[in-house]
Design a protein around this ligand. Structure first.
Ligand code: UT7
Length: 313
């Protein structure tokens, strides 16, 4: 995570909001902000180096890099290629995935398929976001929610454990609930688009909230059912960190006590594709995951997209 902390009290001085409103409606207390010279690939690089160290893997062994991001360094080339250069991962192919907050789950599903097919054996999967650079710091409906960060994982083939099932879904009909209007081929950058602040993230928060709650409750239950597991067999739920109310609603529906749910949005806000790998890493460091545990990752975000991954650790 970047070092700079931006608290709710700091935001009170920037827009018409309050610590009480943000805490009550979202659970967020503070978020991290990348330096002006820190792009998504820089955050990704730090996370990737730590993941490779933990996996005791030399960078030359990586044969595929997947970066999930919606706040990449530039439209061309992919942030994954820039990360490849920074890491010196000479033997890897590299690509980005744009599935917003579900990006890490989407990236895992691609990695899982490549590993199961035998095509690749060592895949670096990164969720990296520098959302602060796409945030309208005059828009209180979005700027209090978002934060920067990156997390990474190394996937290798194994038998009897690992990803049991990973499922991804989308509904493009709801694309406009969460989007950046300008800067693409639909509305190329111009003086006017900059003046109208159209290069920033726009979200219809309340509508997104309702779809998220409905979708996630069913998603987790369906994933467990497909794998013949009961919610009580789940050791840990690692949800995308968008809103504490969404997370609590999902846990409640499953009958899962909050001790078995990872929550770190209090400190980081919504970091989109980075939220799940960061939460996973923290849960491992805190000793919350043991060998043989069933872990569920789930996310929901722009696209709309959503997905889940059930893992036997
Ligand atoms: O990352 C994956 C996708 N994203 C999500 O899943 C996020 C989903 N949405 C949410 O988390 C919530 O909808 C928000 C936290 C964004 C908003 O909470 P809400 O309970 O849905 O509030 P609202 O949008 O219905 O707004 C309630 C009121 C409005 O005022 P009026 O119209 O009732 O007078 C807003 O103008 O709160 C006002 N408001 C604020 N007040 C203080 C909106 N933003 C703020 C703010 N500070 N930052």
């Amino acid at each position: 995570m970047p070092e700079k902390v931006l608290t709710n009290h700091d935001l009170e001085k920037m827009v018409d909001t309050s610590d009480d409103w943000i805490t009550e409606r979202t659970g967020i207390k503070e978020r991290r902000i990348s330096r002006p010279d820190q792009a998504a690939s820089d955050l990704a690089c730090e996370a990737a180096k730590r993941a490779l160290k933990k996996a005791q893997l030399k960078v030359e062994k990586i044969d595929l890099i997947i970066v999930a991001t919606v706040s990449g360094d530039m439209p061309l080339p992919s942030t994954a290629c820039l990360l490849q250069k920074k890491l010196g991962a000479a033997n890897a192919a590299a690509m980005d995935i744009n599935a917003a907050c579900s990006g890490f789950i989407y990236a895992l599903s691609v990695a899982d398929a490549f590993i199961r097919s035998g095509k690749y054996k060592k895949i670096l999967v990164v969720g990296a976001e520098a959302l602060s650079k796409f945030t309208d710091w005059q828009d209180r409906t979005t700027c209090v929610l978002l934060g920067d960060g990156a997390g990474a994982a190394v996937l290798v083939p194994d038998r009897g454990r690992g990803i049991l099932s990973v499922d991804i879904y989308s509904d493009g009909r709801l694309w406009d609930l969460l989007h950046v209007p300008a800067g693409g081929s639909a509305m190329p950058a111009s003086k006017e688009t900059v003046e109208k602040r159209l290069h920033y993230i726009k979200m219809k928060g309340n509508e997104t909230f309702k779809v998220a709650v409905r979708t996630l409750e069913n998603l987790v239950i369906e994933t467990l059912k497909k794998n013949n597991l009961k919610p009580s067999q789940l050791s840990l739920l690692i949800p995308h960190q968008a809103n504490l109310r969404i997370i609590k609603a999902t846990a409640e529906r499953l009958g899962l006590p909050m001790e078995r749910v990872v929550v770190n949005l209090t400190r980081y806000g919504n970091t989109s594709a980075a939220s799940i790998p960061v939460a996973l890493d923290e849960a491992i460091d805190e000793g919350r995951i043991k060998e043989g545990d069933y872990i569920m990752l789930e996310a929901f975000g722009g696209g709309l997209t959503w997905g889940s991954a059930l893992i036997k650790w």
